[in-house]
Ligand binder design. Structure first.
Ligand code: HEC
Length: 124
């Protein structure tokens, strides 16, 4: 009986620790995104699927003009990426990982460096 209780206690502890660790990982992810600027987010998240020779097509800020980026973030992003897993955590979808705030920052970076902007940029 005593053995059983010990086992149950052990199992419960293990579960709690795992849950806490998962929660921390989640928070780290969000905290990291909150610290990154638009360029860093583009480099870390978008580029892994959209560099030269990528199957999904090469996209850098200067691939599109400002208006096209605004339209993309407003209308197309969620639909085009509903099956795209996050490059740094494949158990999650990119659309779930990117917070509203993070999306806004990437949008601003893309618009600020679009083909018809004052500082067109390829992002490395
Ligand atoms: C896991 C891979 C992946 C990541 C990460 C990713 N994309 Fe994509 N993206 C795709 C795929 C796949 C398509 C093509 C979808 C289709 O064919 O409809 C696409 C399509 C696009 C398109 C074209 C949309 C259209 O139909 O006009 C743009 C622009 C784009 N992505 C920009 C981005 C930006 C900006 C980010 C970062 C915030 C990003 N992508 C992150 C995989 C990814």
């Amino acid at each position: 009986m005593k053995k059983l209780i010990t086992l149950v206690v052990l199992a419960a502890t293990l579960l709690t620790v795992t849950a806490v660790m998962a929660e921390e990982k989640e928070m780290n992810h969000a905290a990291k995104l909150a610290e990154m600027d638009g360029k860093a987010i583009f480099k870390n998240l978008c580029k892994s699927c959209h560099s030269e020779d990528s199957e999904a097509g090469e996209y850098t800020p200067m691939t599109l003009i400002m208006e096209q980026w605004d339209e993309f973030f407003q209308d197309t992003f969620a639909e085009a990426h509903k099956e795209a897993a996050c490059p740094s955590d494949e158990t999650k979808m990119i659309t779930d990982v990117l917070t509203k705030d993070a999306l806004k920052k990437v949008q601003k970076f893309c618009v600020d460096h679009a083909a018809d902007s004052e500082q067109p940029m390829t992002c490395g």
